[in-house]
Design a protein around this ligand. Sequence first.
Ligand code: KG4
Ligand code: ZN
Length: 352
Amino acid sequence: MRWSCGPTWWTGRETYAGDVIVLGIETSCDETAAAVVDDRMRVVSSVVESSIDQHRAFGGVVPELAGRAHVTHIGPVVARALDQADLDPLAPAIDAIAVTSGPGLIGSLLVGLSAAKGFALAWDVPFVGVNHLEGHLFAPLLETPDLEWPMLTLLVSGGHSLIVLQSAPGVHEVLGETIDDAAGEAYDKVARWLGLGYPGGPEIDRLAREGTAGRLKLPVSMTGGGYDFSFSGLKTAVVRATERDADVALADVAASFQAAVCEQLIRKLRAALEHHEVRGIALAGGVAANSALRAAMVELASDFAVTCHLPSLEMCTDNAAMIAAAGIYRVALDGPSPLDLAADPNWQLAAV
Ligand code: KG4
Ligand code: ZN
């Protein structure tokens, strides 16, 4: 077993040998995912099976349905990821298993965590529990191995909105977060109010391109001078404004809402850039797929003459490659997790 080589796996590019291979498993929400990644951050295989079609009719993820779907999908998804990586699905030559152990839906997390423990015992390899949010932070690294540090990452998803200062891979500090709804949650709630489908982000993003942003006057909540966000007031403002003006075009509502979300996110990131010397900025999480936010990030990076990392759409949404990548660093820095590791549905991203 190669655990004795410890943190030197990653300290300095020349030690990236590509010979440490990790299986990642992700089941925190509605995606059952498995991936094989090596310590050069090469994604050897990545399989994602989503149960989102089962949730659409309910306007959001139904935890019980998600958990049941994970039980159905976990075995075949892991076998496919190993097979696509040319590894023996019964006895794969891997060095560790990295699995999301929080935050997320408890019934979903338990499926992936239990499976990972079973595989670890069966194959006699160590496993490590990974924070799902830290996984998102690693997505840019998988596509841009020569990322420049330190960097500021805007992590925006259905459950979280954070500004994270990353000094190096696996070393980070949360500067600000939402005090109420997450950005993606606001998209989903506003879309539901407007009678659009679930998830709401892509629907509003598409409609917004046909609308005029200034048509609806919406507040840009600033939550004081820090880096925290707030989106619940904005959602209520959309409801009130559309009640007052029932004839307003949906596309104009979408454009106005999207502009207000982006303005808040970008203003806070700009403030963080003014106070922290970094070499790059990055987007992560499901809302990173948003076209207006991506364009605003590029502009912001150019204002500060720093690099801008925008993950591909597959890397924005939940996948197991990002969990494997985070696991490679976590196990090198902290060692493997004990076999009695519990799932933590509310695991906060702590400073490390
Ligand atoms: O990271 P993710 O796949 O799952 C969580 O961990 O939450 O993020 C899903 C969220 C949903 O709220 C969805 O509406 C939002 O990402 N989303 C978008 C877009 N695509 C997905 N929000 C805005 N614009 C988009 N294009
Ligand atoms: Zn996520």
